[in-house]
Design a binder for this molecule. Structure first.
Ligand SMILES: Cc1cc2nc3c(=O)[nH]c(=O)nc-3n(C[C@H](O)[C@H](O)[C@H](O)COP(=O)(O)OP(=O)(O)OC[C@H]3O[C@@H](n4cnc5c(N)ncnc54)[C@H](O)[C@@H]3O)c2cc1C
Length: 331
């Protein structure tokens, strides 16, 4: 177990590497980093603001050598207690590492620092007609580094996979302070896949190489309501059995819908569940054919209604209920 009094001698060294103004031990700072979006709580002894990727390795070597527990933190939206310092020690706040290093549409690769906010990356990619598939509901604030730590995914994971499916490589600092370049193209085991989802315990990503894809030309979104979750699942089973892979297929039960205030959806008293269905591709005719098939599967499963979004604004409205469900339930 880490003895807190050992931090004393390490503090000056932390300041030397990170900069005097980047090491925090005041009560307000400690309290601000004693919680995340999960339910656990524990106080760190110090918080270090890391303003350069090159400082991560020397900081880690120092902490490892001194036997001081440490962990990386970004937006703190994880639900697993991944940024709770159960043994005290030091939190490395990597939020300043928020640069998009390059976007190469010809190669389909973006290189980013870990503190880049997921939605910010999506916005930059959209300007070039591209997107990065992992889209957690928290994407307005969560970061690529946090997504790597948690192997995050969102509604698009059904078709495009989660973070580990969209990571081409990364530069990591191991818990001993060694810097490694990991690539899915290297021979041997899939090390990027192993590190992803390890909550930073196997290494801290300081750069990530992400797979980016051209935006599809067409997106069709529909919402379908059912009397029960079971009925909704029958429609899901028929859709998948027919070989149709929607970009998103999300079910919500009545409890989640009510918690989210209906999210702009018109619900009848009989509604026990809704299914949000989204298709994407470059042929509108193919998508319309698939949506018609899904509509018939839904009808066979006893759907109460089936509504397609007329435009992008209506799509956003249909998604608002899903994206607001977790915060609503947490409240
Ligand atoms: C309202 C809400 C909705 C959510 N929706 C989803 C969802 O749809 N899908 C989903 O998967 N999750 C979801 N989450 C969970 C959370 O948003 C994700 O886990 C997200 O990936 C965390 O990112 P973050 O920037 O907040 O990281 P943090 O919470 O700061 O860190 C997450 C983990 O990554 C580690 N870490 C931090 N930096 C690095 C690094 N550079 N290298 C390696 N590890 C690192 C941390 O130590 C920690 O263990 C949701 C959470 C909330 C509150």
């Amino acid at each position: 177990m880490f003895r807190k009094d050992r931090l004393g001698g390490t503090l000056e060294e932390l300041k030397r590497i990170a900069g005097d103004d980047n090491v925090f031990t005041g009560e307000a700072d400690i309290l601000a980093y004693a919680y995340d979006a999960g339910s656990a709580r524990a106080r760190p002894d110090a918080v270090v603001r890391v303003d350069s990727a090159e400082k991560v390795a020397p900081l880690v070597r120092l902490l490892h050598g001194a036997g001081v527990p440490f962990l990386p933190r970004l937006a703190g939206t994880n639900l697993s207690g991944g940024t709770i310092p159960l043994k005290g020690g030091v939190i490395l706040n990597l939020s300043p590492l928020n640069k998009i290093r390059s976007i190469d549409t010809a190669a389909g690769v973006a290189v980013v620092e870990p503190g880049v906010v997921n939605l910010k990356l999506q916005e930059e990619l959209a300007k070039a007609g591209f997107f990065y598939p992992p889209d957690p509901a928290s994407q307005r604030v969560c970061t690529i580094g946090g997504n790597i730590g948690e192997n995050a995914g969102g509604p698009l994971c059904l078709k495009y996979g989660v973070t580990s499916d969209n990571l081409l490589g990364m530069t990591v600092v191991t818990p001993q302070g060694e810097t490694l370049d990991l690539s899915i193209d290297a021979s041997g085991p899939d090390l990027p896949g192993l590190f992803t989802g390890s909550e930073g315990t196997l290494g801290i990503a300081i750069y990530a190489r992400l797979r980016i894809l051209p935006l599809p030309k067409h997106i069709l979104t529909a919402v379908c309501s059912f009397a029960s979750v079971d009925d909704a699942m029958k429609a899901v089973a028929s859709t998948i059995a027919a070989g149709i892979v929607p970009r998103a297929l999300e079910a919500m039960d009545r409890v989640s819908l009510d918690a989210a205030g209906g999210g702009g959806l018109k619900l009848s008293d009989r509604t026990g569940a809704v299914l949000i269905i989204e298709l994407d591709g470059n042929s509108r005719r193919d998508l319309e054919k698939e949506m018609a098939e899904i509509r018939s599967f839904a009808a066979a499963a006893g759907s109460l209604d089936f509504r397609e979004a007329a435009d992008a604004d209506e799509r956003e409205t249909l998604w608002a209920a899903r994206k607001g469900a977790y915060p609503a339930l947490a409240r």
